[in-house]
Design a protein around this ligand. Structure first.
Ligand SMILES: [Zn+2]
Length: 344
């Protein structure tokens, strides 16, 4: 089990990067991985703060999260030999920093600039270029420094996506338990409870989560970080990724770049909750309250895309047993499911 040693969430916490680095024993050199935008938003400040403390800081800007980007960062690591890698950004930059540092045996500090998904604290990376469309194991961050001042500057849509990714744990945990009961898969009650509690807290506090509300943002960040920790405890993404995530991954393949990861997972959760015979209307209403998409139109996709993605979902990760494998539904069933839940 690999867990973060320091988690700092709050306003102005970027200032504490040097202090945390020193406490963890990184006093000489750091490599900052950021995007051109996230460098301006937070990377530059981190660099200046660390240099002020006499540390040698190198920066490497990445545009995307492909295997090529990961390899480019690995080359940079080999050349510069830093003590630690600092990933500054939303999803992709952190994923690249996480996997490249893991492959080079270096620790990694996560400095998220958005709250759009649980990758900010998880041990897995979502990288394009592998055969599979889903995440691969990398490593957990040794520290997470989430500055709410910075994260609040990002468009509210990122927060909405983060909420969808957390609410998705409702069905992810159900799928995990199902796989345990029917396929004798390892099931960790502690990890499952932690993921489920995060989903419940976000739903319970949905009224507080709105543009400009720092308290709501903190609740979401703590939930996302707890989800990341639950994956570290489980040793896989199981507690956080079930049939609703398979639907989202499938939709990415059917129609790439239409909606954000968490937005798609949220819509997936509505439908999968219905398959479990649980209160899917509550999930939908909470997503609505948060301003999240709840149907194909709002996701910017067609009716046919949703049905195709549902049909594809159980096939893209055969070893991940979910309600979709159990029910083995027909195209007509999927159509009916999407219609009944108002997704199409
Ligand atoms: Zn996710």
């Amino acid at each position: 089990m690999q867990l973060p040693r320091e988690v700092i969430v709050g306003s102005g916490t970027i200032e504490r990067i040097p202090e945390v680095s020193k406490r963890l024993g990184f006093t000489k050199s750091t490599l900052i991985i950021a995007g051109s935008q996230t460098y301006e938003i937070a990377g530059k400040t981190a660099k200046e703060l660390l240099e002020r403390e006499g540390m040698e800081v190198n920066t490497f800007l990445v545009k995307s999260a492909t295997l090529k980007d990961v390899q480019a960062v690995e080359e940079k690591i080999k050349a510069f030999k830093p003590q630690v890698v600092l990933g500054v950004g939303g999803g992709t930059k952190i994923d690249v920093a996480k996997l490249s540092s893991a492959r080079q045996g270096l620790p990694f500090i996560s400095v998220p600039t958005t709250a759009s998904h649980d990758g900010i604290a998880s041990p897995v990376s979502s990288i394009k270029g592998f055969e599979k469309p889903y995440s691969v194991m990398a490593q957990a961050p040794i520290a997470i420094i989430a500055d709410t001042n910075i994260i609040m500057q990002a468009p509210y849509r990122f927060v909405v996506s983060g909420c969808g990714d957390v609410i998705a744990k409702f069905t992810a945990v159900k799928d995990w338990k199902l796989a345990h009961e029917e396929k004798n898969e390892y099931y960790g009650e502690y990890a499952a409870s932690l993921a489920l509690m995060s989903a419940k807290l976000v739903m319970k506090n949905a009224k507080l989560i709105k543009p400009g509300n720092e308290e709501g943002l903190r609740i979401l960040l703590e939930a996302l970080i707890s989800c990341g920790v639950s994956m570290s405890i489980a040793g896989s993404s199981r507690p956080c990724s079930g049939s609703e995530h398979l639907f989202s991954h499938a939709l990415d393949m059917v129609k790439p770049n239409h909606a954000m990861h968490g937005e798609q997972c949220g819509v997936g959760t509505i439908m999968m909750t219905r398959l479990y015979g649980a209160d899917w209307k509550h999930v939908r209403d909470t997503l609505k309250m948060l301003g999240a998409p709840t149907n194909a139109d709002e996701l910017g996709v067609e009716r046919e895309d949703i049905i195709k993605a549902l049909e594809m979902a159980p096939t893209i990760r055969p070893e991940r047993y979910t309600i979709l494998n159990k029910l083995n539904l027909s195209r007509e069933d999927y159509e009916k499911l999407a219609e009944e839940t108002g997704v199409i």
